[in-house]
Write a protein that binds this ligand. Sequence first.
Ligand SMILES: *Cc1c(COP(=O)(O)O)cnc(C)c1O
Length: 425
Amino acid sequence: MSDTPLGFDTLAIHAGTAPDPATGARQVPIYQTTAYVFRDADHAAKLFNLEEIGYIYSRLTNPTVSALANRVVALEGGAGGIACSSGHAAQIMALFPLMGPGKNIVASSRLYGGTMTQFSQTIKRFGWSAKFVDTDDLGAVAKACDKNTRAIFCETIANPGGYVTDIPALAKIADRKGIPLIVDNTTATPWLCKPIELGATLVVHSATKYLTGNGTVTGGIVVDSGRFNWSANDKFPSLSQPEPAYHGLTFHPALGGMAFTFHSIAVGLRDLGMTMNPQGAHYTLMGIETLGLRMERHVANARKVAEWLEKDPRVEAVSYAGLKSSPSYKRAKKIVPKGAGALFTVSLKSGYDGCVDLINKVKLFSHVANLGDTRSLIIHPASTTHRQLEPAQQIAAGAPPNMVRLSIGIENVEDIIADLDQAMG
Ligand SMILES: *Cc1c(COP(=O)(O)O)cnc(C)c1O
């Protein structure tokens, strides 16, 4: 093959895999095995010393799971990565080599609800904390980074309000502070945005969503750019100094651009066990083969549905960065030039009751707490995910009583519009 870099769709089908060396199987086999036979005692010793790369035990690595991680690494333009048991697991795995008791992250105030809870509550049990900042206020982001800050965290397109993050601006601040920028690229996917090209160090995914694409898998991915100098300061001792949890191995610079990935496998997956299973990895590999085709249709459909809704007299507002009316429109042109994703919110003039009525009347849309499925999905946050909050709190959380969130699928767009039209009554 020539040296010309392969295109996105070619990588989506081929990257990370080759015909099975044992059988010639063309599709990636599901290596449903826990352990791997060592050739001899010396081989085993070399594997445990990381002197030779191979398979030991499937909590650490598995050929099907590695194929998936390597495929996403290729699509994101990274150096290495790991697949995890869920998107939330991927977030913990991304932070794990960087953090310690008393350390914090500076996180965007616009994040997936579950991530807000993970960062504001659960990570405190590890002695970690998060400071939430409006990432449009770059001064506030810089100011929030203190001597204990170990990363900046944001989402490419923040779910659900259609907010697009200025990744290059945050990457510059992270660089100045000597810390990595971590970007959750779940709702954009590498087809719409490659955060590493925009300066991110780590990319995390919920593979549960568009990567798999059809609502069959719970999974996550961490991709490392391989470009961060973990030894430039003393902030990242797990990588730059002898790691007591791995017989004193100094991961960086011994393993260079693969230091983060090897630490994540040899210590992170080994001890936290947030491993993806081979069958799930297989489904996600299948899904990724059509990622480009699907995203093209997702985005085209979302734009048409959003434009139709915005003109409808029953609609109060549509919040989608692909619409000229969106405050994120100009930034979306820069960060996600192929389209602003397929997830957005719509507020109805008929209020809370109108939304409940819509949810009850849709036939094509599925009423579920998920996104990024081939099927069109709908949820009314005020009566589900945000129902414990008072109306004022719901508004503050970006989930006012008269708002529903749509995840536009890849069905025929006329059918999607017709379903919303009949259900809005
Ligand atoms: C779903 C989601 C997550 C969490 O992923 P799980 O696979 O459900 O654990 C994180 N971030 C974003 C943007 C998501 O949509």
